[in-house]
Design a protein around this ligand. Structure first.
Ligand SMILES: C[S@@+](CC[C@H](N)C(=O)[O-])C[C@H]1O[C@@H](n2cnc3c(N)ncnc32)[C@H](O)[C@@H]1O
Length: 281
């Protein structure tokens, strides 16, 4: 059987932040006349266990843990009116069906589709009194700018994005510009070359065999994340001032969890709640 386990201690940290936010968000909107959606665009299977690469380091948490779909189903004070789980792996969708059968009275839709198709469709169908929290929790660099922009345009969605810091830093070599294949992928993530290319500058030295100065990356992974956050600020009503850096067992940053709110009226309170959790939890 294929090993579909993933994650490590940072997965727990990320899901704890999500859980706290979902509880506070649903409580804050408890008496408002909105229909509340939760959308898990990279839903997984409802549970997770540490990836085989990490399991031996973390004997104390080998057992199955609650994944984001189950966490969203179990908000304490007020439930989401509808939950949409988007997952492109059909085997994981089968596990989500089992999760759904545990909650027969809840409105749960499982969409076995690529998020790049399913998410813009969801955005297009949002009604005037709908509000949503969308969780973008990919393994690596699957979140395209096209998806993010569609969410921002709704003016109805708050979203948590797991920005894959280490994967993106690997796509941006320090001593040379990215290959054209990597540059095309970075364009999809940042929504255009002009939004990441100023992390590169001409090298101050010319080697013996070079006619032109090489381009070198000037920014570290903090600056890459900063650049992405600036990009979010250009389309969302408000973005939480800092993201939570998630580190692996060797203390290297691997992801940054960022929060952005699209509704101009609701954004200040949403960002205050999310920012407080990011900074203090
Ligand atoms: C990190 S896991 C999600 C874990 C989940 N949030 C949880 O807490 O249990 C990422 C999931 O995204 C799915 N996935 C990857 N690319 C996708 C895409 N383009 N569209 C939809 N799902 C995708 C993978 O199959 C995987 O199940």
């Amino acid at each position: 059987m294929t090993d579909r386990s993933f994650g490590g201690p940072w997965t727990q940290e990320k899901l704890q932040i999500l859980s706290l936010y979902l509880d506070r968000y649903t409580t804050a909107l408890k008496n408002q006349p909105f229909r509340l959606y939760y959308v898990d665009a990279f839903a997984g299977e409802g549970t997770w266990s540490p990836g085989s690469a990490y399991a031996s380091d973390y004997d104390d948490f080998r057992e199955l843990q609650k994944g984001s779909p189950r966490i969203a189903l179990e908000t304490k004070d007020r439930s989401f009116d509808k939950l949409i789980f988007i997952e492109k792996d059909p085997h994981r969708c089968e596990s989500l069906e089992i999760l759904r059968s545990e909650f027969p009275s809840r409105d749960i839709e499982i969409v076995n589709e690529d998020a790049k198709i399913a998410l813009p469709t969801f955005c297009d169908n949002l009604g005037i009194s709908d509000r949503a929290v969308v969780f973008l929790d990919p393994f690596a660099t699957e979140v395209s700018w096209h998806m993010v922009e569609a969410l921002a345009r709704t003016q109805k969605v708050d979203c948590w994005i797991l920005f894959p810091l280490s994967a993106i830093a690997r796509m941006m070599p320090r001593k040379n510009e990215p290959s054209s294949e990597l540059a095309d992928r970075l364009d999809l993530i940042f929504g255009g070359r002009e939004h990441w290319q100023d992390l590169y500058t001409a090298s101050s030295q010319l080697s013996l065999f070079e006619e032109e100065r090489r381009q070198e990356r000037v920014g570290d992974s903090n600056q890459i994340a900063h650049q992405y956050r600036k990009r979010l600020e250009s389309v969302f009503a408000q973005v939480a001032p800092s993201g939570r850096v998630l580190r692996n067992a060797k203390n290297s940053p691997i992801f940054q969890l960022v929060f952005a709110a699209s509704n101009p009226k609701g954004a200040p309170i949403a960002v205050r709640i999310a920012g407080h959790i990011i900074d203090n939890w």
